[in-house]
Design a protein around this ligand. Structure first.
Ligand SMILES: [Cu+2]
Length: 320
């Protein structure tokens, strides 16, 4: 289940504006080639010569001096023209989108993991930095520099309406950039096969007016609120001691970073990289049986008792 369709024939930012017309062109050329060849084949296959006995075997003598070579020349010329246009257009597009903005308004470090996205927001000083997962907020009309890292295997970062595909490669930093013209949610997808749950490795880019973005950013910078009820206190203790092996909740003893940061879990619309909506039932189901929703993902079954689960949920749901 995903919230918005993966729109790749429509662009919403300068980088994609340069790419999408080329996508349309190659799509139309490829489809026309398929149609023309199918029609020619169909005509050839359904043509019978006058007076032919359809039941009889026919031997066709090879004609000398026929003009077959002319057909090959014409065919080659017809395919060479669109191929040459595609080549030149691709070069021009690559040159147009290659260089990242000289003065990005925001610098993100995005790491591809099996099977989720870690997103680090950089700031002027360490207290202005934070990490989140799978939901990337950006201000509209601001160029955003995205440094891409590979956490385990090769993944690829793609937000078709905003930016083209760039691989995340372990041991290497690739650079991409994006910019959104108008507020909205733009779906992104891992686009390099990276294992069993590759298809469930989605993310969303949420483009917001500057003021809304600043409000979101300062909320994300806050540590987790202190638990209030006894259930929430038990839940926090449990999260610290069990879930904190992999997850971080800033402001608590849960400090590992090998899984999505849960400090502001409830601010996200989806969980498990676009696999489930972030509501009470899905959260409960995910924590109890992550392997049944996303078989092969890196969160093992937790075997919680009913009480542990309800306390954990009571606490997690305070993480707004
Ligand atoms: Cu991937």
């Amino acid at each position: 289940m995903s919230v918005s369709p993966l729109e790749y024939l429509d662009s919403a930012g300068p980088r994609a504006h340069a790419i999408v017309p080329l996508t349309w062109f190659t799509l139309i050329v490829s489809l026309s080639v398929c149609v023309v060849i199918s029609v020619l084949l169909w005509i050839a296959a359904s043509r019978t010569r006058k007076g032919d006995d359809p039941g009889a075997m026919r031997t066709i003598p090879i004609e000398r001096g026929g003009n077959g070579i002319r057909w090959i020349t014409v065919g080659l010329m017809i395919s060479a023209v669109p191929l040459a246009v595609t080549l030149v257009w691709t070069m021009v597009t690559l040159a147009a989108v290659a260089s990242p903005p000289a003065n990005p308004g925001l610098v993100l470090d995005v790491t591809g993991h099996q099977f989720w996205w870690e997103v680090k927001y950089n700031g002027q000083s360490p207290d202005q930095e934070f990490i989140t997962a799978n939901e990337i907020h950006i201000p509209v009309n601001v160029p955003v520099l995205v440094r891409l890292h590979g956490g385990d295997v090769i993944h690829s970062f793609w937000v078709p309406q905003l930016t083209g595909k760039t691989d995340t490669i372990p041991g290497q930093t690739n650079v991409s950039w994006m910019q959104a013209d108008k507020p909205g949610r733009y779906l992104g997808q891992c686009t390099e096969f990276c294992g069993w749950q590759h298809a469930h490795m989605q993310f969303e880019v949420v483009a917001q007016p500057q003021a809304d973005f600043e409000a979101w950013r300062s909320a994300q910078l806050q540590p987790a609120p202190a638990p209030k009820t006894p259930e929430q206190q038990h839940g926090m203790a449990y999260v610290e001691y069990r879930c904190g092996l992999c997850h971080q909740v800033r402001g608590t003893a849960a400090g590992a970073v090998s899984a999505p940061d849960l400090t502001h879990l409830m601010s996200r619309r989806m969980i498990a990289a676009g696999t489930l909506p972030n509501d009470h039932a899905s959260l409960a189901g995910w924590i109890q049986a992550p392997q049944s929703f996303k078989p092969g993902n890196q969160m093992p079954t937790q075997y919680l008792t009913g009480l542990q689960l309800s306390d954990t949920l009571a606490y997690l749901e305070t993480l707004k």
